[in-house]
Design a protein around this ligand. Structure first.
Ligand code: PLP
Length: 397
């Protein structure tokens, strides 16, 4: 069965109200099926897992099915994933568990949400590692590539982290070719997939990542996240569980009993909804981003951050911009006064990128982040909203 984009909106109760949701990179709306199943689980199955009585064993099965569906969804083994409260929390757990010899180097990028930086700074302090910073220049289109990474690589490097898609720039990085370069020097590669996962299929084996995480609350589900660590990468982790518990799986090692039962059991419904959907999603998102980018690119007073291409092979529809003569905050405030459009301004926790790489004012960018349930009509309506708000009454020339 092919995915029918025109019916997608009907599956989301929140979309039936008078609000245009364009802060989806912050968090997406949840599927109706997910909401219902959580309510059902709490009504009928809310017992402590591991028991053998009737309801207990049904709950065990539902939880296990959630884990199995999450693993299959990202092409990982059941023992290679852990579900937790947030990507930030899961990276902190991983950072508390990894072991590298003192004096080793790690490479962190400046294009990140702080979630893919702070845990590794903590790890570096804990293990006495040296940090090297990886920056992509404006000439490289602010893209992280194997080429701009290679000058930093050596056999001293044990760990490299970068984002699959920046939550500001929307550019898709070729993580497979970066993984190949990282593995050539024998280091481990960690990818933040949070801004990628709502838009494209996740296949951790094809990406060749050693660690990969994303957050289900941005992928049409509840507020939980998942981390993958390959079986071989897990050899570099010290299990942090109670001494009498097993240590075999990633969940055993750093799960901390934090996989929220009612949310985990809803994952099969997200996976079902997205099964076979991504080519239709990427085609539709391409149309949405073209409408907005054509407008922004046509204005002399607008700077789109990163690549200005409308091609959905190179970017997802997370689009950030600044406007000469008007602050990002004022644009959002004016738009909210006169419309039901919801989008935001700021640095979106990619503060190093906004301050040090892009050199932005404290109010950062205006970010419009679309997903497949947004319509072309909504984005054409956004152009009208922006035309009313931006300086010069519309064309900005
Ligand atoms: C790119 C990126 N990485 C990580 C995060 C943090 O995710 P979580 O809230 O699950 O910790 C976000 C949240 O906005 C994000 O956009």
């Amino acid at each position: 069965m092919t995915f029918d984009i025109s019916k997608a909106r009907d599956r989301f109760p929140a979309l039936q109200q008078d609000q245009v949701f364009l802060d989806n990179a912050g968090g997406s709306q949840a599927l109706g099926d997910v909401i219902d199943s959580i309510s059902q689980y709490l009504s009928k199955n809310n017992v402590q897992l591991g028991a053998s009585y009737h309801t207990g064993s049904k709950s065990n099965t539902k939880y296990e099915q959630g884990y199995q569906a999450a693993a299959k969804y990202m092409n990982a083994g059941r023992d290679e994933i852990v579900i937790g409260a947030s990507t930030t929390q899961l990276f902190m757990n991983l950072a508390s568990s990894l072991k590298f010899p003192a004096g080793s180097e790690i490479i962190l990028s400046k294009m990140e949400h702080e979630t893919n930086v702070k845990p590794w700074l903590y790890m570096a302090e804990r293990l006495q590692l040296t940090i090297k910073w990886w920056i992509s220049s404006k000439e490289d289109g602010l893209k992280l590539t194997a080429e701009n990474l290679k000058p930093l690589l050596s056999d001293k490097v044990k760990f490299v982290a970068c984002t699959h898609v920046s939550n500001i720039l929307g550019t898709i990085h070729d993580v497979k070719s970066i993984a190949d370069a990282v593995h050539e020097v024998g280091a481990l590669f960690c990818v933040d997939g949070v801004s990628y996962a709502p838009h494209r299929a996740v296949d951790v084996k094809a990406f060749c990542a050693d660690f990969y995480a994303f957050s289900w609350y941005k992928v049409y589900g509840p507020h939980i996240a998942v981390l993958y660590a390959s079986t071989s990468a897990q050899q570099h982790m010290k299990p942090l569980t109670h001494y009498f518990n097993p240590t075999k799986t990633l969940e055993d090692k750093i799960g901390f009993a934090a996989s929220n039962y009612e949310c985990v059991q809803s994952i099969p419904l997200i996976a079902n909804y997205l099964s076979g959907a991504f080519s239709a999603i990427s085609e539709h998102e391409g149309k949405l981003q073209t409408i907005l980018l054509d407008f922004l690119n046509s204005r002399d007073d607008v700077t789109v951050m990163g690549l200005t291409s409308t091609d959905s092979a190179v970017r997802v529809p997370t689009i950030s911009f600044t406007v000469k003569g008007m602050s990002s905050k004022a644009i959002v405030e004016e738009a909210e006064k006169g419309s039901n459009y919801g989008f935001r301004w700021g640095h979106f926790y990619s503060k190093r990128l906004c301050d040090e790489v892009l050199g932005l004012e404290p109010e950062g960018v205006v970010r419009v982040s679309m997903v497949h349930y947004n319509t072309e009509e909504e984005i054409r309506g956004l152009l009208d909203v922006l035309k009313n708000v931006l300086p010069g009454g519309g064309d900005g020339r």
